[in-house]
Write a protein that binds this ligand. Structure first.
Ligand SMILES: Nc1ncnc2c1ncn2[C@@H]1O[C@H](COP(=O)(O)OP(=O)(O)O)[C@@H](O)[C@H]1O
Ligand SMILES: [Mg+2]
Length: 283
């Protein structure tokens, strides 16, 4: 009798993605927006943990804090006041984006921070020429130095998020394994389609990432099943479990991969990094 493979949570045979080859040269970056207009689904946690995991595999990673709440900056332990932020770069072309880059405690992972000033950006940008393309112009000036740029979007589909989608090659959608998770995804996909039609023909859906999955509950398993029914192979095989380690890691200002390197959640984010390399979403 043939071996019956063990199934992973998305209903595909469970597998381990291989450690990717080290890169001999770096850049230009592929840009990925982490996007979902619902808050609290794991966008920021994924940007930090995935960024750290990709850096562990030798990728040069730049994370962009694109949420006025500044949670990405806080989670990586970098300064957000009396330093240049993404807001300054959006508003003034004369500022060199390289001056806003800060290194983090993770070698290979850098960040451009944000603070509450960014909440005024939409009002300021609305009358600009090509207002949807301003972030793209900023990132073009730093892309050569990185293999991947991850944009941590705010929970809205407003002008800032449209800027992120216009600047990106791909979108990663973190989706909480909760009953109402699927609500809103149709609108998000519609927004991505509009951006593809009007502003950025090359943008791809890199994947839907199930987060906060609890394999012990029928509820989580049912939600994930529905997500796979709806989105098929766009759903990444890697699934992020629910654990209180994430809030603990955020408070410490370090990625979970450093805070609790052997925790299953750290291993899951390393698998996510490798799955994205395997799929060609990251070099
Ligand atoms: N897999 C997880 N399990 C448990 N808590 C999580 C998980 N991922 C994120 N969190 C926590 O949930 C909250 C929201 O996550 P966050 O990444 O900030 O979401 P978003 O950026 O989409 O608003 C944070 O307190 C975070 O620490
Ligand atoms: Mg966030």
């Amino acid at each position: 009798m043939p071996d019956i493979p063990e199934m992973g949570p998305t209903g595909r045979p469970r597998r381990t993605f291989p450690e990717p080859k080290r890169l001999k040269t770096h850049g230009p970056a592929r840009i990925i927006a982490l996007c979902n207009q619902k808050g609290g689904v794991g966008k920021t946690t994924t940007t930090i943990s995935l960024g750290a995991a990709l850096a562990e595999d030798g990728r040069r990673v730049l994370a962009i804090d694109f949420d006025p709440q500044g949670a990405l900056s806080a989670g990586l332990g970098v300064a957000t006041h009396d330093v240049p932020t993404i807001y300054d770069l959006l508003l003034s072309r004369s500022k060199d984006p390289k001056d806003a880059i800060q290194s983090t405690g993770v070698p290979g992972l850098d960040v451009i921070p944000a603070n509450i000033d960014l909440s005024a950006a939409e009002v300021h940008l609305v009358n600009e020429v090509a207002r949807e393309q301003i972030l793209a112009g900023v990132l073009r000036r730093v892309a050569a130095d990185y293999d991947v740029i991850l944009i941590d979007c705010q929970p809205s589909l407003g002008l800032l998020t449209v800027n992120a989608l216009t600047a990106s090659h791909g979108v990663l959608i973190p989706l909480e394994c909760e009953f109402f998770a699927l609500r809103g995804v149709a609108l998000l996909i519609e927004t991505i389609d509009k951006v593809r039609d009007r502003l950025n023909p090359a943008i791809e859906l890199d994947g839907i990432l199930a987060t906060m999955y609890d394999s012990r509950t029928l509820h989580s398993r049912e939600v994930l099943e529905r997500v796979v029914d709806a989105f098929g192979d766009s759903v990444l095989e890697t699934v992020i479990g629910r654990t209180v380690k994430f809030p603990d890691a955020s408070v410490s200002g370090t990625p979970i991969t450093q805070f609790a390197p052997d925790h299953p959640a750290s291993r899951a984010y390393r698998q996510l990094a490798r799955e994205l390399v395997f799929r060609g979403a990251v070099a």
